[in-house]
Design a protein around this ligand. Structure first.
Ligand code: ADP
Ligand code: ZN
Length: 604
């Protein structure tokens, strides 16, 4: 392990191993296969990169997306590691050069897609090449249980037979115990050790907001309040991404839409631009987000809610991968819940699978609706025990107050009953307020007509939303003109009899206002002092120029986190600069002078 640590320092510029890295690396160095579950940003890559550099032979890294491979390979090359990738975008001359290096034993790491690797000629050729390790990145893609299922991952189980003596390492950031089991079975890791890190992501500041109507206006507000930072906005539909991106551009934000319906070249160009930008906002469909891997994403906003807690953690997990504070903000509503349920109902899958999916959706909404610490809830869901509140999510910073709304709830339920489920929300609320346009004599004579003066229209909307969440009311989509009817009969009866209480959340201040006020978390990610900010920005613009000159993404040169440390420490010598995390020998040689120059210009 001494040599592993030396490589970590020399090549990657990190002082110590983090979390389970050392254990995982030790296992691979001993020639044994393993499964490692580390949170996004937890440093999964060095777990296979270092063994590949130490063990004789070529290290294979199987990765689902070209964009992911391209990034890692560029980063490794910047650090002076012999790495390459083979995929359809690589031109023949470069391919030939890569094969020459492989045959000469000069290459430490080769990145490849699962379908690329499993081609017979490729396997045949590699069977004549000594291999150090086979890493399977994003291993949850093998599981149908998860949310990123990729059928081609299933073929990877055969690697156990084809390369029997080579240790295999499956790594992923999302894996409840069921997905882990799938990974072990499919990838034939039955007897291998499993390393599961804590899912804590102290740099993430989470919040969720019930939306009123479309989230568009709030999304624009939130993004506009975060200028000069990169972010991702997830929307549920292609059309939604286009609309939001357009609204953001009109508000002066450099935003682009990104979804599977775009022509391939355009899509790739947009992704590249996003990855290379210092500040850009990508509005993507949830189904198409896996390539969106950029370490300096400072916020992820779900304009439409995710599909499950796994998906939630994975998607907001794309913020703050560099370890600097980042926000995850999620919008949701009862209509999203209803829609998710309906989609499950329409799927042609086993009843048992449907039940699991329904439970997952319910668990997600319980988390979003709930009043307790959000990251703690997620971590418990993943099976962690002894979890403490994060101290910085919306619920931790200002626990929502609620008030008893049983009486108005009785009025609403009774009105729905009398109206016979023939009207939507707006008409129901008009009825309660006695404001129905051109009201019929019959309706005006109902005992519920105009009884709801103690609440205003917005409060009624919130209450109706609450009743929908609790299943006391039900919304029939009715081809886009939803109608409200009574829900669970026992529950409704209990409310009528005042045996069941209905609580509504009181209007809370906007999350960003709250969070500025208090920040009391123990593990809260460090924030930069205002005195270091100008140097940090200067370093960022230097990095931006250096990246443009080489046509690589800025974070391949240094992560924000490294620049933040430099801005704070203001190193006055190369030795001092080398002590900063993320500055290894290769990057010191390449960029040391330039960085020192920027720092010096601030000392004068
Ligand atoms: P992921 O687990 O998401 O694949 P990466 O391997 O990309 O994460 O690493 C995330 C970040 O953590 C990178 O900026 C990387 O340089 C940094 N990192 C990895 N290992 C360490 C370490 N031992 N100490 C400090 N930073 C580290
Ligand atoms: Zn919390």
């Amino acid at each position: 392990m001494g040599e592993a640590r030396a490589i970590l320092r020399r090549t990657f510029g990190h002082a110590e191993f983090r979390g389970l890295q050392a254990d995982v690396i030790g296992e691979i160095l001993a020639g044994r296969s393993a499964l490692a579950v580390l949170p996004t940003g937890g440093g999964k890559s060095v777990c296979f990169q270092i063994p590949a550099m130490m063990r004789p032979g070529l290290g294979l890294v199987v990765s689902p997306l070209i964009a992911l491979m391209a990034d890692q390979v560029a980063g490794l090359q910047q650090s002076g590691v012999a790495a390459a990738r083979l995929d359809s975008n690589i031109d023949p001359a470069e391919k030939a050069e890569t094969w020459r290096k492989i045959d000469a034993g000069e290459l430490a790491l080769l990145y490849i897609s699962p379908e690329g690797l499993m081609q017979p000629w490729m396997l045949e050729r590699l069977s004549r090449t000594p291999l150090s390790v086979i890493a399977i990145d994003e291993a949850h893609c093998v599981s149908q249980w998860g949310h990123d299922f990729r059928p081609e991952y299933r073929m990877l189980g055969r690697l156990a037979d084809i390369f029997p003596g080579v240790p295999r390492l499956a790594v992923t950031a999302t894996a409840d115990s069921r997905t882990r089991e799938d990974i072990r079975t499919e990838l034939r890791l039955h007897d291998s050790r499993e390393f599961v890190a804590s899912f804590a992501r102290p740099e993430l500041i989470l919040s969720a907001e019930r939306r009123r109507g479309s989230a568009l206006k709030r999304v624009v507000e939130l993004v506009a309040a975060r200028p000069n930072r990169s972010g991702v906005v997830y929307a549920g539909s292609r059309d939604g991404t286009e609309k939001i991106a357009e609204a953001l551009r009109q508000a002066g934000v450099p935003a682009v839409a990104y979804h599977a319906g775009l022509e391939r070249n355009l899509r790739n160009r947009r992704l590249e631009e996003f990855l290379e930008a210092d500040a850009a906002v990508m509005v993507a469909t949830i189904a198409f987000g896996m390539g969106v891997d950029k370490p300096d994403v400072r916020f992820v906003i779900h304009a439409d809610p995710p599909a499950s807690i796994e998906a939630y953690w994975q998607e907001i997990g794309r913020a703050g991968r560099d370890g600097m504070p980042a926000e995850g903000i999620t919008f949701y509503g009862s209509s999203d819940l209803a829609w998710a349920m309906r989609r499950i109902g329409e799927r042609e899958v086993d009843e048992a699978v449907k039940q699991v999916q329904v439970r997952k959706v319910r668990q997600l909404y319980a988390l979003l609706e709930g009043a307790s610490c959000r990251p703690a809830g997620v971590r418990r869901y993943f099976g962690e025990t002894g979890v403490e509140p994060c101290g910085q999510c919306d619920n931790c910073v200002s626990p929502p107050d609620s008030k008893d709304a049983t009486k108005p709830a009785q009025m609403a339920l009774s009105a729905v009953h009398r109206l016979g489920g023939r009207f939507g929300r707006g008409r129901l609320i008009d009825h309660l307020l006695g404001k129905t346009k051109e009201v019929s004599d019959q309706e005006a004579a109902m005992s519920t007509y105009g009884v709801g003066q103690e609440l205003n229209a917005v409060e009624w909307r919130d209450l109706v939303e609450q009743l929908l969440f609790e299943g006391l009311l039900r919304e029939d989509p009715n081809d886009g003109r939803p109608l409200i009817g009574l829900g669970d009969a026992d529950g409704v009866r209990a409310v009528y009899r005042s045996e069941r209480q209905v609580l509504v959340r009181l209007e809370a201040p906007a999350p960003e206002a709250k969070q500025k006020r208090t920040r009391k978390g123990r593990e809260t990610a460090a924030e930069m002092s205002p005195t270091d900010q100008p140097l940090f920005e200067a370093l960022r613009s230097w990095r931006s120029r250096a990246a443009k000159a080489q046509a690589v993404p800025p974070y391949v040169i240094f992560h924000d986190r490294t620049l933040a440390e430099i801005a704070q420490a203001r190193p006055s010598s190369r030795a001092a600069l080398e002590r900063i995390s993320g500055v290894g020998e290769g990057k010191l040689a390449r960029y040391g002078e330039a960085v020192m120059e920027v720092v010096r210009s601030f000392a004068e």
